[in-house]
Design a protein around this ligand. Structure first.
Ligand code: F6R
Ligand code: ZN
Length: 185
């Protein structure tokens, strides 16, 4: 008899169970300084959950040659007219790429190259995005339901959040006349 799989996925709801799984929650307060409308941000509950991430780390972070696997569940909502979004990051190692596969919801994948050229790509159930290692990436939920996407990336990719904290992306995703729109800086 084969042994049972050690990791079990709940594709639709964005869950994974098994050894080496770590869940982290990002609340609104963790995203301070990232949204454009500071007064609207301050009027909201900083404890409100914006997204949660489950990561399977089968090897230690930083180890060359391994893969990480994870899922993000990003809630719907807005700060002022700007949709809820992930923090966004470059990979610390700019040669390490990543896949994002969407299973539920409606989103925009914001990508930014090293020259700050920024664009959005539609995320919807069954879309698959390949993100080059040198592209910063942030996900924006422009729908009314949680946006759920799975990801796979190199265990030595790392995270460079500082560059985004300092200068953000070259565009924001905002609601205009009930529709999502890219607002360039
Ligand atoms: C890993 C990756 C995703 C994100 C997750 C949360 O390289 O891109 O697992 O880490 O969607 O977004 P951040 O990390 O920007 O808060
Ligand atoms: Zn990444």
């Amino acid at each position: 008899m084969p042994l049972p799989a050690k990791l079990i996925l709940d594709w639709a709801r964005g869950g994974v169970q098994g050894p080496g799984v770590r869940e982290s929650i990002k609340a609104l307060g963790d995203l301070q300084g990232l949204f454009g409308d500071e007064p609207a941000f301050c009027a909201m509950d900083p404890a409100r959950e914006i997204y949660r991430v489950c990561v399977v780390s089968s090897v230690p972070a930083g180890e060359e040659g391994g893969l990480f696997w994870g899922v993000t569940v990003l809630q719907p909502g807005k700060v002022g007219d700007e949709y809820f979004m992930t923090h966004g990051h470059f990979h610390a190692n700019r040669t390490r790429a990543e896949y994002y596969a969407t299973v539920a919801g409606e989103g925009i994948l914001l990508r930014m190259d090293p020259e700050r050229h920024t664009w959005g790509e539609a995320m919807a159930p069954n879309t698959l995005h390949y993100i080059q290692g040198e592209h910063a990436h942030r996900v924006v939920n422009v729908g009314k339901e949680p946006l759920i996407f799975w990801a796979c990336w190199g265990s030595d990719a790392g995270y460079d959040y500082a560059a985004i904290r300092k200068s953000g992306f070259g565009a924001r995703v905002v609601e205009r006349a009930g529709r999502p729109m890219m607002a360039y800086e």
